[in-house]
Write a protein that binds this ligand. Sequence first.
Ligand SMILES: [Zn+2]
Ligand SMILES: [Zn+2]
Length: 338
Amino acid sequence: MRVCQITGPRQVEIVDRPDPEPRAGHVVIAVRSASLCGTDVHQYDARLPVEYPRIPGHDCSGIVSAVAPDVATVDVGDRVAVKPSFPCLDCRACTHAQFSDCANKRLIGLWSDGCLAESLLVPASNVAVLPASVGFDAAANLEPFTVAINTQRRLGLAMGEWVVILGQGPIGLGQTRIAVLAGARVVAVDPRPEARDLARAYGAEVTVDPDADDVTTAVHALTNGDGAAAVIETAGVAATVELMPSLVRKYGQLANVGIAAGIGSLDVATVVARGLTVHGIGGNGGKGQYEAAIALIEAARIDPAALVTHTFGLADAAQAFSLAHNKTEPVIKVVLHP
Ligand SMILES: [Zn+2]
Ligand SMILES: [Zn+2]
C-alpha cells in the first residue's frame, strides 16, 4: 500500500509499505477520508515529540476490507468511522468499561502508525459503523463534535444560558454547534472572518473579532454586566486562557480544551473569590460520543463536512501539511482522500 510518512521536522514522503493483515480482534480499513488535526500538524512541525518515520493521522473513515475470523461485529464492505485512541484494557477506567477515560490511551498515528495510508489496521472495537446517509468526509471529522459533546455533558448548562467559545478552529466550531444544540446562546470569538462565518452558519448568535472589539466589553454588554454562564477555551494560547475569568459570571464554569506549550495560567485567586468551576476537557470524546455524533449527522443536526475547506490526494500529502501548518490561505480543515 501507499502511505504518507513523516521522516523528520517538516519532512513528508510517500512510500510503499506491506499491506496490513487482520490479526485477532482486528479489522483492516480501506481509508477513504482522513482529516489533518492539530496533533498531526504538530508532529509535522516537531512541536510534539515523535518517532520517525511515522505514518500520522487518527481521524478517518473508510470501508472495511478484511476482518479477523474472530470478529463478529463488523463485516467486509461496512462503511465505518475510526475512534482515534487505543485503550489499554487494563487500567481502572478500562476494567470499568470506561475506555475513553483510559489512563494509558494511545492516539493512533502518534504511538503507532496512523491513517494517512491506503489501509489501516485497528481493533474491531475502534470502529463505528456508518449509516448510508453519512458521508466519508463528515465521518472523518467527528472528533471536534465528540469533544464538544463531552464538554456539554460536563457543563450541564440550563437552556438559554450564554456561553463564550474562544477560538473557532475545528474544535471551537464543533463546540459552537453542539452548545447551540444543547440550548446555549453562543458568543463565538475568532480573528479570522472565515471562521466567524462558519460559526454563524453553525448557529452562533454573536461573533466577535478580538482584533477589532474588546471581548470582555462585548460579553458584559450581552449579559447585563454579569458575564457568561460558561467560557470554553479552544485556542490554547495564553492570551485567551488569561481572558477567561473576566468573561464568566460569579459561580460560572470554565472549560479548558486547548492545550499547547506556553499556554499561560488561570488566576486561582479569582477562581476562589468568584466561586468558579474549572473543567479540563482532554481526549477525543467519551463512551458513546462517536455514536452520538454519527446519529446527529444522520438527523441533519450537525454538518462536520462543512469544516472541510481543502482536499488532497495522498500523493500531495506534503502540500496538505504545508498548507495546514502555514495557513497561506483561509483554512479550516484539510482532508486527504487516500
Ligand atoms: Zn485529532
Ligand atoms: Zn486503560
